[in-house]
Design a protein around this ligand. Structure first.
Ligand code: PMP
Length: 360
């Protein structure tokens, strides 16, 4: 049976990528062993790693004055890395709170500096979860940077207009990177855990404008130090080699599919299909303001909570996996990252229709 995995992360990976990895697992590049078992200092690994970086740069048109760092520590590692690398003693930063993850970023950053947290969450006139309009975000004049999370994975809420500011913008793109084109020049730092749109967990990508690299001889823990990572081609310590390799395969796959422009078209089509169905139904609903609905993570609720377990059980029997909503939000959540084909969403909608017919 074909199954589709709607997990928010670690998320499904393209089938073609998994098949290639399977084929090469025991004998990578005719070396008689796996890519997992060779030195990150070997010529073949370094060549593969450099190609993966180049493909990633090509996909997002990353200018030369930005470093791409392949790091450890996940999104949360970057919650610490950002203030450690960018905040000097006595300096402050603005953090927009748009949902659960940006709130967590604030809690971590507060360990290292003065953080001005701006809660931009609100309710729309219709009682939907919404955000304050960007022109009403009151940023401070002396912030070293403004941190935001344009796609909130837990809340299913996304904004596309970045803060209007001359300050450095730092963005957590863990759940939206590579899902559409972005203008890298508008950001100082972008970071993303790999486990949604890039590859397996364990790898974190950071795109850092060169002038923001910290001074040498600082007190930043070495594995989180952007300068050390940049100076050592992300191999100051042993990188997550298998995840790097797999990310490289994903980047090649993305290029073959037509890159991030094509992904944007597909991602918009996938999410519209699901939102349109939910909006037409009285049995299901989504509580996010239309203007801020996420392409990547679609939370939805059944009219009667008591049917949740039956919905999840039956969905699983139909090969529709991991639809349970985040424990903070409840209900259901369908994550529709790049690797999710439209067929998966069509199958989900058909299943939801049938479940409604029987139980509605
Ligand atoms: N930021 C966002 C937007 C996320 O979705 C997540 C994980 N779901 C994180 C940060 C935390 O990432 P990690 O678990 O890799 O530390």
């Amino acid at each position: 049976m074909t199954s589709f995995n709607f997990c928010a992360g670690p998320a499904m990976l393209p089938v073609a990528v998994m098949q290639q990895a399977q084929q090469e697992l025991l004998n990578w590049q005719q070396q008689g062993c796996s890519v997992m078992e060779i030195s990150h200092r070997s010529d073949s690994f370094i060549a593969m790693a450099a190609q993966a970086e180049q493909d990633f740069r090509d996909l997002l048109t990353i200018p030369d004055n930005y470093k791409v760092l392949f790091m450890h520590g996940g999104g949360r590692g970057q919650f610490s890395a950002v203030p450690l690398n960018l905040l000097q003693p006595g300096q402050s930063a603005d953090y927009l709170i748009s949902g659960a993850w940006s709130k967590s970023a604030v809690a971590e950053a507060k360990k290292y500096g003065n953080i001005n947290a701006l809660d931009i969450r609100c309710q729309s006139d219709l009682g939907l979860r919404s955000l304050v309009a960007p022109e009403d975000w009151t940023l401070s004049s002396d912030a070293s940077y403004v941190h935001c999370c344009p796609n909130e994975t837990v809340d299913g809420l996304e904004f596309t207009s970045l803060p209007t500011t001359d300050k450095t913008i730092v963005a957590d793109l863990s759940s939206t990177i590579l899902s559409r084109p972005i203008d890298i020049n508008r950001y100082g730092v972008i970071y993303a855990g790999a486990q949604k749109n890039i590859g397996p967990s364990g790898l974190t990508l950071a795109i850092v404008r060169e002038d923001l690299l910290p001074a040498a001889n600082n007190t930043i823990p070495s594995v989180l130090d952007y300068r050390l990572a940049a100076e050592n081609d992300s191999m100051y310590n042993t990188p997550p080699t298998f995840a790097w390799y797999l990310a490289g395969l994903v980047f090649k796959w993305l290029k073959q599919q037509g890159g991030v422009t094509e992904m944007a078209t597909r991602n918009q089509a996938k999410s519209s299909l699901l939102y349109d169905f939910i909006d037409k139904s009285d049995f299901y609903h989504n509580d996010v303001d239309l203007a801020y609905r996420s392409w990547m993570n679609v939370p939805f609720f059944l009219a009667d909570d008591r049917l949740n377990d039956a919905f999840l059980d039956q969905a699983e029997h139909h090969g529709l996996l991991a639809l349970k909503g985040h424990r903070m939000v409840g209900g259901m959540r369908a994550s529709l990252y790049n690797a999710m084909p439209i067929e998966g969403v069509q199958m989900l909608v058909s299943f939801m229709q049938e479940f409604e017919r029987v139980n509605g």
